[in-house]
Design a binder for this molecule. Structure first.
Ligand code: ATP
Ligand code: MG
Length: 349
């Protein structure tokens, strides 16, 4: 038996392999789909564990009417040949018509792009670009580093500014991941509720805002409870038992994670430069709030011509990320001001 079977899950809900169920990446997903539909080259970039491979999986599942060639450049056979791969995608009618390449052009995905052989990049580019032998619809590349070391200037030129950045999640996003993963439809219980607020915050801190690590560390917590107590697992008891941060600290320390080091750190979100912490629309709102103290969501919505619902969502995000603070009320409207920390950052940048 394993912990998740005891809690009546079929599979490990905290499995940290790529998984198309994602939190907070709707906008990036939309951008990616848009680039693919427009037959462009684009680049997905973001720290390890931020969901690059997962997002690729998700878009693959969503665009059911497309064909994809997914390459993990870290794991390609030495004799890999793009030409052969393209030919494999031909269907029966392509054969009947003696087509060299499939009539339905596939989307080429190159994950772990930093490891790609420059020759393959050249071939891919020409199969996408050249009018005579155009056989690829769109090229999507993904890697951690923002800097593309193995490409020529001309490839970068074609890529242009089509970079999709997956930022690290704030602690709300991290919590949402656990809530989504630990929700058990069969028992009607959400095992994320077993963690106290402090326990959860400690996990997020130790995971350093890396979703993969969050999943792995939380798995350790649930695994410990099962292996230590078996049938007497306190998590099985109703509401009486919650997992405290003391327990989390002990378990993580025992597996060699330097909890003390992480406890000292501020949450990572605060250390990010302003321009990476907030997306374009959030920055627009911040700029407005910076210039207009004591402003309301209504003013923001009217001046920036955004729907009230959108402003509400943005303001909510900004409150979570401590970009704006509520300083009072005017009638039924809350008054917002920029937070001191972000104000400093904005004026400096
Ligand atoms: N925004 C998110 N919402 C939900 N789960 C996420 C999110 N981001 C990452 N995860 C989860 O974290 C794990 C790691 O994600 P993934 O493998 O896609 O990351 P990656 O960016 O490709 O990392 P690497 O650069 O190391 O390959 C997966 O289990 C994924 O489901
Ligand atoms: Mg990956």
């Amino acid at each position: 038996m394993v912990w998740y079977k005891q809690l009546k899950f079929d599979d490990n809900p905290l499995d940290s392999r790529p998984n198309p169920k994602l939190i907070n990446l709707e906008e990036q997903e939309e951008q990616l789909i848009n680039h693919i539909l427009k037959e462009e080259i684009c680049f997905i970039n973001g720290p390890t564990g931020a969901g690059k491979t997962s997002l690729l999986m998700r878009v693959k599942e969503k665009l059911k009417d497309h064909t994809f060639i997914y390459l993990d450049a870290d794991d390609l056979p030495p004799d890999f040949d793009l030409e052969d791969e393209l030919k494999k995608q031909r269907n029966f009618f392509d054969f009947l018509a003696f087509r060299k390449y499939p009539s339905k052009k596939p989307v080429l995905i190159i994950d772990e792009f930093q490891a790609t052989d420059p020759n393959l990049i050249l071939k891919a580019r020409s199969k996408w670009e050249s009018k005579e032998s155009r056989a690829i619809k769109s090229i999507v590349i993904a890697q951690i580093d923002k800097h593309l070391a193995n490409t020529s200037g001309s490839f970068k030129e074609r890529l242009g500014r089509r970079m999709i950045t997956l930022n690290i999640l704030d602690s709300k996003g991290m919590k949402d991941i656990l809530r989504m993963r630990l929700n058990n439809k069969r028992t009607g219980l959400n095992y994320a509720d077993k963690l106290t607020e402090e326990a959860f915050n400690l996990l997020v801190k130790c995971a350093d805002n890396n979703p993969r690590r969050l999943l792995e560390y939380t798995d350790k917590i649930f695994d410990f409870h099962y292996t230590k107590f078996k049938q007497l697992n306190p998590i099985l008891k109703g509401k009486d038992y919650t997992i405290s941060h003391f327990v989390v600290e002990d378990i993580l320390n025992d597996s060699g994670i330097l909890v003390d080091e992480f406890k000292k750190k501020d949450l990572r979100v605060k250390r990010l430069p302003f321009s990476e912490q907030f997306d374009g629309e959030e920055q627009k709102v911040l700029q407005f709030v910076l210039e207009h103290d004591n402003t309301t969501s209504k003013e923001i919505s009217q001046t920036l011509e955004m729907s009230p619902a959108k402003v509400a969502r943005l303001i909510n995000e900004l409150k979570q990320k401590e970009g704006v603070v509520v300083v009072g009320r005017r009638g039924k409207y809350k008054l917002y001001e920029i937070s001191p920390g972000v104000k400093r950052a904005m004026i400096k940048e």
